[in-house]
Design a protein around this ligand. Structure first.
Ligand SMILES: *[C@@H]1O[C@H](CO)[C@@H](O)[C@H](O)[C@H]1NC(C)=O
Length: 450
């Protein structure tokens, strides 16, 4: 499952020695001021002096803030944690060695093959609408690509998601993720597998999807020890790791599922906004947020790896040889991807790609360029505000265009909240899903079953 960056800073829940507690801000300082106070003090008047000093301080602060933007960045990380978890790069386990790559993984294509679409711009893209504009450079669908990512002829791209039956009942709020999937992805070329830790087949909502989409929707129950067989975690006591919020548990399931079946992982608390298939020439995770936090830059709420990817083989080795993950931590998420990424560089192996933050999580950026709060009621003012502060967006560019460029909106759990009536999520996403689904239903009753 997924979560907000804020909730996920592990120090809020774990006592020292622990992972980073971080608080980001940064400051650019004005040039220093030299001030002289031209007042003759006859007898020492402490109160007066204090008042004058305060007044001057306020004046200096106002002056500074008027002419200079304060950027302050202060982060506190436990030294012990940095020494043990971050600094050592570690060795790969040999999953990329000649002869050890699975025959089911086409290394010459997936690791060295030519690519048509570039998924990263080489910059953090924190300024204005840069990230959204970059997202617009990705083709709208594979039919717009010269050499579309090919699958064996009768195979569909697998998309996987996971629902913990003990977290909450699967209801209409969760169903929006499914609707977003069927409204935005190519039914004929994809299949969504809804994993869970208990049987969901009697759930009326899910049963109706299974009925409507016999070839592109499937429910399956995870059997962790079975999924882990043949990996470095085979038989490991670590497989029993379980935590209330499904963080480490969900982190494990996503890697095991992708290892066994290959495909795209999408956290349940996401709404898809665009066809993901043009991204699939690459194996990738995503950027955690637009700040590129040095020890926590990566997120797996949206990821893609091929079946038996040597990247995942290495990930299981990192898990098997590191300290056990702490409950509610990102140890098998962000920290694992970072360790793996650095080991790959250490071994001079081209690393997996990192999608820019806005592709899947445009909520996690600056006030002036992140998506408005999905759960705040709005009367259109959010969208108007977005339009007036849109920076580089082209003529007519607004929140709607920005949403059309990115691939998903990650809602950071918040399952207890509902989408406000008339809010931007309803207007620009949910209503559109409904329209699209109605259109597709007409088509499919006429032509084909997906
Ligand atoms: C692997 O990919 C290459 C390049 O795309 C292709 O020529 C080759 O047939 C593929 N091999 C297999 C076993 O599919």
């Amino acid at each position: 499952m997924s979560r907000t960056g804020y909730e996920r800073l592990p120090m809020h829940t774990v006592p020292e020695p622990g992972p980073p507690r971080s608080r980001s801000r940064s400051r650019s300082r004005s040039r220093s001021q030299s001030l002289r106070i031209p007042i003759a003090v006859r007898s020492f008047d402490f109160t007066k002096l204090l008042k004058i000093t305060l007044a001057l301080a306020v004046a200096v602060i106002l002056y500074t803030f008027y002419f200079y933007e304060p950027h302050i960045e202060i982060t506190f990380y436990s030294r012990k944690w940095v020494n043990t978890e971050i600094e050592p790069v570690g060795q790969l386990a040999g999953c990329f060695d000649e002869g050890r790559i699975s025959a089911e993984y086409n290394a010459s294509r997936y690791l060295k093959g030519p690519r048509e679409v570039e998924v990263h711009a080489g910059m953090g893209m924190r300024l204005g609408m840069d990230c959204y504009e970059f997202a617009a450079t990705i083709p709208r669908s594979t039919s717009d690509m010269v050499d579309r990512p090919r699958l064996p002829p009768d195979e569909r791209t697998q998309y996987h998601t996971y629902w913990r039956v003990d977290l909450a009942p699967f209801s209409e709020r969760q169903e929006w993720m499914l609707k977003s999937f069927f409204a935005t992805q190519d039914h004929a070329a994809s299949r969504l597998v809804m994993w869970s830790n208990g049987d969901l087949s009697t759930n009326p909502i899910l049963a109706s999807y299974a009925h409507m989409h016999p070839n592109s929707f499937e429910m399956r129950v995870v059997d962790v020890p079975d999924l882990a067989s043949g990996t470095a975690l085979d038989g490991s006591p670590l497989l029993k790791t379980n935590d209330k919020k499904a963080w480490t548990d969900g982190d494990l399931v996503r890697l095991l599922v992708i290892w066994n079946y290959g495909g795209v992982w999408i956290d349940m608390d996401s709404l898809l906004t665009r066809d993901l298939s043009p991204l699939l020439e690459h194996e990738f995770v995503t950027q955690w947020d637009c700040y590129d936090k040095i020890y926590q830059p990566l997120n797996g709420a949206l990821m893609h790896f091929h079946k038996h990817s040597p990247y995942l083989c290495e990930a299981f080795n990192v898990m098997a040889t590191s300290a056990a993950p702490r409950a509610d931590s990102t140890d098998w998420g962000a920290l694992l991807y970072l360790k793996l990424w650095r080991r790959l560089l250490g071994a001079h192996i081209p690393p997996f790609k990192i999608l820019p933050f806005c592709f899947s999580d445009a909520r996690s950026c600056r006030l002036d360029n992140r998506l408005p709060d999905p759960f705040d009621g709005d009367d259109g003012s959010e969208a108007r505000w977005w339009r007036t502060t849109k920076g580089g967006l082209q003529e007519g560019g607004d929140l709607d265009d920005a949403l059309g460029n990115v691939f998903a909106v990650h809602l950071h759990n918040q399952w207890d909240k509902t989408f406000p009536k008339g809010g931007w999520v309803e207007r620009l996403l949910l209503n559109r899903y409904q329209e699209k689904l109605a259109e597709r239903e007409d088509l499919s009753t006429a032509n084909y079953i997906t």
